[in-house]
Design a protein. Structure first.
Length: 384
């Protein structure tokens, strides 16, 4: 049995990971789970999967968990989470945390010699170079859970990296793909939370609406597959059936297809290098009929350019981009800023941060504090 630990088990990816584990009975043993605030679901999961150790980030739920699970070891807070992530008794850690705070747990798992199934793209965006070095040093692998990266990963199997011409990331274009740019001023939170194809958490749904999600995924692909940034492209594909493509030097293109269901990439990350014999909904192309593709509109979605610029400038720029995005998205979710202010505030925050050439973990933490301070001022001033 493969021993699995899941960080963020009550979120969208976490619950779907447990669904995959459910279907594959006897293959996986769940050793730990963590959640931010949903103590009720966390305890239910722990009971169902007979999990001995859990962590609840929000300390105020500690007593509740203790009552529900008197036998279990219950950790809490950031410290508890980081110590879970350092557990070296498991075979694979699923990192389904959302946002910048997911980066350090990835680092801890790698330092403990544990492979990571990574849904937290922010880990690679902020610390891709550092994490790659650490993986080499500890002989650890990262298995992408992001659907696009899982697609690329599958297309690259058996291929040699010097024969790749380009990686083409697909994106649905989000809910505002066809909305005229003049109407972007009136976008409400409720509009942005409606994703056409994927059922996801709130943060990534907003990232899809701004298309920052695709920008972050470009950076994630850059570090995961180690190809030059000029060789990574985005194509908008509203049906979300083609999950990404790889073009080789002879012009041949491979793609990976499927219905938009995260359980397929999740299962592949758990079962790699095998395709497990559990079939989720299957794709009937005759029912889909039409697959369309178009270039992304960089005027409507300036976040894409911000992401490309950040990785081209390198150093601490991607860190600043990611941290700033986390904060402004949170502000948008709290209705403190407007949709159009998201890219503007991110750009300003990046411009004002103190550039560092090759940031270590300490620098990354400092940049986080610096960006928070910068944005506090701007958001106050720019608030509606
Ligand atoms: Mn994705």
């Amino acid at each position: 049995m493969k021993k699995i630990g899941i960080l963020g088990s009550t979120g969208s990816i976490g619950t779907q990971t447990l669904e995959v584990i459910d279907k594959n009975s006897g293959k996986y043993q769940v050793d730990f789970l963590s959640a931010k605030t949903n103590a009720k679901l966390l305890c239910e999961q722990a009971k169902k999967y007979n999990v001995k150790t859990i962590c609840i980030l929000d300390e105020s739920h500690f007593d509740f968990c203790k009552r529900k699970l008197p036998e279990a070891e219950i950790l809490f807070g950031r410290k508890g989470l980081l110590s879970l992530a350092s557990n070296n008794q498991i075979d694979l850690m699923v990192n389904a945390l959302v946002g910048s705070s997911g980066m350090q747990p990835t680092v801890n798992a790698i330092n403990s010699g544990v492979d990571v199934a990574l849904s937290n793209k922010e880990s690679m965006v902020m610390a891709g170079s550092y994490i790659n070095d650490l993986c080499d040093k500890n002989n650890v692998e990262i298995f992408p859970m992001d659907s696009e990266h899982s697609a690329i990963w599958q297309c690259l199997r058996g291929e040699s990296m010097d024969q790749i011409n380009k990686i083409i990331l697909t994106g649905s274009g989000g809910p505002f793909r066809t909305k005229p740019i003049k109407d972007f001023d009136n976008i409400q939170l409720e509009d942005a939370l409606k994703h056409p194809n994927w059922d996801m958490g709130k943060k990534i749904t907003i990232d899809s609406a701004t298309m920052m999600n695709k920008g972050l995924e470009v950076i994630e692909a850059y570090w995961l597959f180690k190809v030059p940034i000029e060789k990574i492209e985005i194509i908008v594909h509203p049906q979300s059936i083609v999950h990404s493509l790889v073009e080789f030097i002879d012009g041949s293109i491979k793609a990976q297809l499927g219905l938009p269901d995260m359980k397929i990439p999740i299962q592949y990350a758990l079962s790699y290098p095998n395709h497990d014999n559990i079939k989720w909904q299957s794709l009937d192309l005759s029912k889909i009929k039409l697959l369309t593709f178009e270039s992304p509109d960089l005027k409507k979605f300036p976040c894409i350019k911000l992401a490309y610029d950040a990785i081209k400038k390198g150093g601490s720029h991607p860190v600043a981009l990611n941290v700033a995005n986390d904060i402004v998205v949170e502000s948008f979710l709290n209705r403190d800023i407007s949709f159009n202010q998201i890219p503007k505030f991110i750009e300003t925050a990046i411009e004002h941060h103190s550039y560092i050439n090759s940031p270590d973990l300490n620098d990354i933490n400092n940049i986080q504090t610096e960006i928070e301070d910068i944005l506090k001022l701007i958001i106050k001033k720019g608030s509606r």
